[in-house]
Design a protein around this ligand. Sequence first.
Ligand SMILES: [Zn+2]
Length: 298
Amino acid sequence: MTVWQRVPVWMLFAFAACASAAAPPSGKAIVSAPQPKAADTLAADEVRLYALDCGRIDESSFGGYSDTGEYDGRPRTMSAPCFVIRHRRGVLLWDAGLGDRYADAKGGVDEAGTHLSVSVRLVDQLQAIGLTPAGVDFVAFSHLHADHTGNANLFGRSTFLMNAKEIAWASATPTPAGVDPATFSVYESANKQVIERDHDVFGDGRVLILRAPGHTPGHQVLLLRLKKAGVVILSGDLYHARESRQFRRVPAFNDSRADTLAYMDRIETIVGNLHARFVIQHDPADFAALPKFPAYLN
Ligand SMILES: [Zn+2]
């Protein structure tokens, strides 16, 4: 099977339809007046995790999410969240969802057996917690598939934490299936920090990006040390569903099966060692179990 056949078909077409709405022409972020840093109100050792609804993906067949056939022909809904992490040293956005442009299409967009929809805009959710895109200091991605980069171009004033292997892969010609470079093109003119391995975002061990390649070459997960809630790990696309975690299912559209399995081992060992809460970002039940925005974990 070619890689194109293994990618969910919507990834090949959905974003082309929206490409014209992708980047502001100047490459600058859409910003309004500077606001006081929301993080100033945090206690010195407080980190807050907000889970934002950044879209919904209804697959008529979930078959592409396992290369051993269990999901073939079975429909499945996935959540597509974004996460805001507030730390006294700044604000991090982890993943950027499907993109607010999908909110313009009332009820969403149908593409080759997949329905993509956004019911509430990221900018409006940020406003609800006193933030504008300009108030977000760092943007990082679990990986650069288009369901994780949709709103990235709002953040031209932020520092992009870019995984070296991931950006090299996503920038290749031809563009890898599932990547829409137009959705995150603003990173080229924005401040950037290229990260090679694990990365401590604020330098105190409370917000760590952990490498977990396999789904894509620079795939990574986010580990948070929260004072009350304990350790929380956001999965990226290490798994796409709870059953995938239970049975270690590897998607058919995947860069390296061997790496995926190896890094499932790494992350699950960390989960066990730290008694972490593990959140599968695309699993609607895991998303729904988090405090309903604007409530947060801390
Ligand atoms: Zn995804």
